[in-house]
Ligand binder design. Structure first.
Ligand SMILES: [Zn+2]
Length: 147
């Protein structure tokens, strides 16, 4: 599968990193709102509450209710849900087995690694159609004014 490209403004990228630092040592998660007309672009975020009470430190999951709320928030801004982001407290910014088991094809999955409360690497992934593996996606951070 060819590598995709994900455009995001510097401001939104910083917001994702900030959300990860805020919820540390727990995971943060949220929806990526934007457009995908050939090129995929993130134009807004919809932070979600991590509903996993049993292991909020390392178990990101999106519920059906989250999807509905995120899609509603997107519609109000004329945007689609094009992916999801979450943080990996004290773990590398690579999808876990759990992430793969709970991911859907097509969406972009942005992961930010947070070490000792400080945001580190940010990566993006798309699940292959056979759901066997993720392919990395290049994050193209747009400098300059936010939308
Ligand atoms: Zn994860």
């Amino acid at each position: 599968m060819a590598e995709g490209n994900l455009k995001i403004t510097k401001e939104l990228a910083e917001k994702i990193r900030g959300h990860g630092a805020e919820t540390y040592p727990h995971e943060c998660c949220g929806a990526l709102l934007g457009k995908d007309d050939g090129a995929r672009e993130i134009l807004g975020l919809f932070p979600l509450v991590n509903r996993r009470d049993d292991s909020p430190r390392n178990r990101f999951s999106v519920t059906a209710q989250d999807v509905l709320e995120a899609e509603k928030a997107g519609r109000q801004q004329g945007l689609d849900v094009v992916g999801w982001y979450h943080s990996h407290p004290d773990h590398p910014a690579r999808p876990s087995q759990y992430d793969r088991d709970h991911a859907w094809p097509w969406y972009s999955y942005v992961i930010v690694s947070v070490a000792e409360g400080e945001p580190q690497d940010m990566t993006s992934w798309r699940l292959n159609d056979d759901r066997e593996a993720f392919s990395p996606e290049v994050i193209d951070i747009q400098q300059g004014a936010a939308v």
